[in-house]
Design a protein around this ligand. Structure first.
Ligand code: HEM
Length: 157
């Protein structure tokens, strides 16, 4: 029951994070690309500020629930005297998950900070460059996220 709750939280947090990146990439960006730079960059800054807060919460839930499920798995294996063998798919998921989290850290604390300062000082060329870098790394994280979901859904178990 507790394991099932952790798994539901894990999946919901992944849906918010990966789904949000897909929405930004496939729907939001094409819709705002024709706006004037000051409007577009100001709007994107406000949208990303909110989205990144949601992602930070999703990451915390993903990590706690994922490690929690691993801990339950390990302790029930130990209790039943079975030799512990973590599924390879879990190890791939955890490794790529940590890579995604590190990339998010770079996006949020380096690139987004650059965007925020440039928008605040009305430096639209610098703001556009920062947003372009954010887009590149969000795209990379989206691609890794899709691979992780495919691995987690069974391909690597
Ligand atoms: C450090 C990070 C992570 C850890 C420790 C972790 C750990 C786990 C564990 C232990 C399960 C339970 C699997 C089962 O009961 O069969 C699970 C399920 C799952 N995880 Fe993760 N995970 C992490 C990150 C991620 C990320 C980043 C994604 C996707 C982008 C992801 C997607 C999934 C999915 C889709 C499942 C459900 C698999 C299924 O039951 O078919 N996880 N995760």
């Amino acid at each position: 029951m507790f394991y099932a709750t952790l798994k539901a939280l894990h999946l919901l947090s992944i849906i918010f994070w990966v789904g949000g990146m897909a929405f930004a990439h496939f729907c939001l960006r094409p819709a705002v690309v024709s706006l004037e730079p000051p409007v577009r960059l100001g709007l994107m800054h406000e949208i990303l500020r909110r989205f990144f807060a949601v992602v930070a919460a999703s990451i915390a839930i993903t990590l706690i629930s994922g490690l929690g499920m691993m801990a339950i798995f390990s302790s029930s294996a130990a209790q039943s005297g079975v030799t512990l063998k973590m599924p390879i798919g879990w190890m791939v998921m955890a490794t790529l998950g940590i890579l995604m989290m590190a990339l998010f850290g770079h996006i949020r604390f380096v690139l987004f900070k650059r965007l925020r300062l440039a928008v605040r000082e009305n430096k639209w060329t610098a703001a556009a460059a920062a947003l372009a870098s954010i887009r590149t790394w969000v795209r990379a994280n989206l691609a890794i996220g899709i691979v992780v979901v495919i691995v987690a859904a069974g391909a690597g178990y």
